[in-house]
Design a protein around this ligand. Structure first.
Ligand code: ZN
Length: 386
């Protein structure tokens, strides 16, 4: 049993600030109480106790291609199968890829991230590679796989179904690169099989204007409409919605993963976070490709907050941004974490308070060295207090 005492606790779904002790038994928060003290005591004096962070979208495999391809078009950098990143991956040894991924996993934990969702490329081998790299890491890895054969529309439907079923046996769902590579019939087959197996389905959509225009020309529908019709659980980007896209997302209750720093790196726009918030869409944040971004969710939150305020010239609440890295993804991914509350998994970070506003202290001022401890499912992953 562990008690975190004396910390400023961000409690529950709305991150209500309270001064209380958090009692952890095995992997769970069993009580948040003003007086109780049980088991091993961690003194959180001067610290904020907050739910640890969930990074809802990364491509961790390109940890070996950091900052390569800057200035080229998005297709030239990341479009499968011949983008710059795919060329680099093809000529890098598995061992080097594994070591680069391991450094990224450590960095994520050091920056308060206890769960991430990876768009895993490379079929079955790609999934094995990440599992091998992460075997000794306590971070939760949600792996969304894919297979080369999805891009081949001449493949028989029964063959496709078999491959999807097989892939789902070794991962948590399917993550597709986009409608440029797969057609509507294939996406519907994939989402159906995911649903039947209680696995996640996800796809990049509406990342930039040209994709939406060519989708409309080709099919009469936006990428968002096609993704919703196919029944994907998680839409990545939606940086350039058209027509009724956002309304439809809101009506279907589909979650969106926004990656503002990635959109900035690739010069494609600023995600419409304010419109999505106004419509009550469940928004999560992801750091996207390791190629253009560090996997640091504090950086993502700070950029999301400030670029959105600057773009709309309007106040955006920092609590809403913090929820995009905690409560919202927990809901989208059906995790029993993302908040400090009785009955939730004890995924908690203890961070030095650096200002009079705990949420802004986290978003504006927290750097790696300001994290005092990370607790993952009740285990102390690292600590810097005495
Ligand atoms: Zn992506």
């Amino acid at each position: 049993m562990i008690t975190i005492k004396n910390a400023h606790v961000l409690y529950g779904e709305n991150m209500d600030l309270c001064k209380a002790n958090i009692i952890i038994e095995e992997n769970e928060i069993i009580e948040v109480s003003e007086k109780l003290l049980k088991g091993k005591i961690i003194d959180g004096k001067g610290c904020i106790a907050a739910p640890s962070l969930i990074n809802s979208h990364v491509h961790i495999g390109d940890s070996v291609a950091k900052d390569m391809g800057d200035g080229y078009s998005i297709d030239k950098i990341v479009k499968p199968p011949n983008g710059i990143k795919h060329q680099i991956l093809a000529k890098t040894s598995s061992q080097d890829i594994i070591e680069a991924i391991q450094c990224t996993l450590d960095l994520m934990l050091q920056t308060g991230t206890s769960t991430f969702v990876d768009f895993r490329e490379g079929g079955f081998e790609g999934i094995d590679l990440l599992k091998k790299a992460g075997i000794n890491s306590s971070i939760t890895k949600i792996i969304l796989g894919r297979h080369e054969s999805f891009y081949n529309s001449n493949n028989s439907r029964s063959e496709l179904k078999k491959t999807v079923e097989m892939i789902l046996k070794s991962c948590d769902g399917i993550g597709l690169s986009g409608f440029g590579e797969v057609d509507d019939e294939i996406t519907t087959i994939i989402t159906d099989i995911c649903r039947k197996n209680s696995k996640l389905s996800s796809i990049h959509v509406a990342e930039y204007e040209e994709l939406q225009i060519s989708s409309l020309k080709l099919t009469g529908k936006t990428e968002v409409e096609r993704a919703l019709k196919a029944g994907f659980d998680l839409l990545i980007h939606v940086t350039f919605p058209l027509n009724d896209d956002l309304k439809l997302i809101s009506e279907t209750g589909t979650s969106v993963v926004s990656c503002p720093r990635s959109n900035g790196s690739l010069c494609v726009g600023i995600p419409p976070l304010k419109e999505m918030l106004d419509l009550g869409i469940n928004i999560c944040l992801g750091t996207d490709n390791l190629m253009f971004n560090s996997p640091n969710m504090f950086s993502e939150m700070e950029f999301a907050l400030k670029v959105t305020r600057a773009y709309y010239k309007e106040y955006i609440s920092p609590v809403e941004i913090f929820k995009m890295a905690t409560v919202n993804p927990a809901k989208a991914l059906q995790l029993n974490s993302g908040m400090i509350k009785e009955g939730k998994l004890a995924d908690i970070m203890l961070v030095n308070g650096l200002s009079g506003d705990p949420i802004l202290s986290l978003i504006n001022r927290t750097q790696t060295q300001k994290i005092n401890a990370l607790i993952k499912e009740g285990n102390i992953v690292f600590k810097r207090y005495k």
